[in-house]
Design a protein around this ligand. Sequence first.
Ligand SMILES: Cc1ncc(C[n+]2csc(CCOP(=O)(O)OP(=O)(O)O)c2C)c(N)n1
Length: 641
Amino acid sequence: MKQRLGFEAQELPPEVILDIQNTAHRARADILTMTTLAKSGHPGGSMSSIDIYATLYACAKVFPGDPDREDRDRIIVSHGHTSPGVYATLARCGFFDIDDAICGFRQAWSPFEGHIERQVPGVEWSTGNLGQGLSAGCGMALASRLTRKPFHVFVCMGDGEQQKGQVSEARRFAVKYGLSNLTAIVDYNGLQISGSIRDVMYQDIRACWEADGWRVLEIDGHDVPAIYGALREAVHAGDQVCILARTVMGKGVPDMENQARYHGAPLDEEAHARAMTALGQQNRLEHYRELRTEARTRVPDFKAVSPQPRVDPGPPREYTRDNRTDNRSAFGHALADIGRNNPDVPVAVFDCDLAVSVKTGAFASVRPDAFFQAGIQEHHAAVAAGALATQGVLTFWADFGVFAAAETYNQQRLNDINQSNLKVVATHCGLDVGEDGKTHQAIDYIGLMRNLHGCRVIVPADPNETDRVIRHIATEPGMFFVALGRSKLDVITTEDGRPLFGGDYRFEYGKLVEVRQGLDIAIISTGTVTHHAVAAWDLLRESGYSALLYHAPTPLLVDDDSLIHAAVRGVILTCEDHNVNGGLGTTVTERLQQLGLPPTVIKLGVRGYQPSGPSGSLFARAEFDAASIAETAKLVIERPR
Ligand SMILES: Cc1ncc(C[n+]2csc(CCOP(=O)(O)OP(=O)(O)O)c2C)c(N)n1
């Protein structure tokens, strides 16, 4: 199919309309062959969306020969299960060979996964978990503004998908920030897996979009000139437009039309043959079955890119005994410094109605245009920020730990899958949240984030380390989760009173930091608990014992040299303001096992939800305050071995 590159023309010339219609027609056969060959997939919605896809990919500014061109329009398909339709259209537009898509669909050796994947040229965002695409679209629409690269963002969605709450979060955000370069297109086929969208969960889709401030255009979603006309109007409008495209599930094959069962079921081979006849297309099932073995050897070699801009982190701030503060304030100051030092670099900070507590206010004053208040819409904020962070914008999202991890775990998982460079800064983590009580105790974030293969977790000890960590992650591509507590803290010092994380200290991911030396036992602590571990070390010394104390800022990775040095003491005490399962203690135990080292690990940490109260008393209750650490260490040292 020929590319049009833009929506300038008032109308499409007849030969272009015919070209698009032919593409959609051939793509229908591709969809059916792909799904029948794979014996799975979602043909019904693919066929209702296909005229939209064919028109959109033909006319938007996308470049099959250069899929990552910076000024391309972004097309996000939020109902990622319509992958057969997306792959067929992209192939027919020249992004890759249709044979590869048909043969490789849902095969482990190929990128053509069951739900669309960013590794496929032309796919902007991996989706499948419904309801997230519009948020990703908001992030990309913001990227256009912040990077000053004019492009349009189109988000295709299902109608059943409209039931997800995150869709309305994204709608409101788009209106608030005037994202007129964002257009939504809903495939309004009236069906979802369990039947009619009316019966499954009634919703007045048009009214919902309008209530949130969008203008709605209703069209026949199989009429190419009408689709073009609506897209053209939306692209040139100065407001947010949603195109409700009335379609028919399974469109084109009479046996499939309006049948919810074909939402997620392929045709069997006989029905496939009948469908090819109905479509007037050659039945090439056998051909493709044979081609599969050969196709396996020519998987397209394409890697999605997620650029992160270079920033000058600026000189670190140094906190001393005289300026006692909390880690979150140190984060806020470092963030404001980065914003101030890099006026020409696209940066963004997202907040969910907690700026005062998470300390992003200073940044907001320095760079008001780069500060995005998403309201109490964490699912949306996580994805919008995550998508923005794949587009050359240094992006931070700060929130309470309980919302940044547990509340939005699936969104973070998709950010990870999409190779986002998002920097999540989670404050009020652990029992250090204090008086807020159980619902606000983020005591599982290390355990959760350890499942994300690309996300690095950092838990700094004091304001100096926090400052260095924030400047470090601003210069490092990739996704980070930085966990901070709530309390005001003294600066951790060396034995002779110098700030431990000041001077020429350089943060290094995975490296344990030696805080104190000693022989009788090794203590490894993370985050703010290191303060208590230092105090415990003093108590032990008063009792005539000596402990080796390491601080572990990266609880998912501990370096072997330090671990071996600790292991020589025979017993390692791990201390963390986190569930004892899944946190630092787990990492240490596992690594020792892998190294074949015998020492006993005693894990101090959270063993159950705690009540609300001052964090010091909660630490004592959970038995990882200074006195408890020292007491446990003494018992272990004095135990006959
Ligand atoms: C968050 C989430 N919940 C459930 C599913 C499982 N699921 C896949 S498709 C689908 C129905 C989608 O309906 P619709 O958006 O109307 O798409 P269509 O049936 O038109 O293809 C469901 C529930 C999912 N993928 N994501």
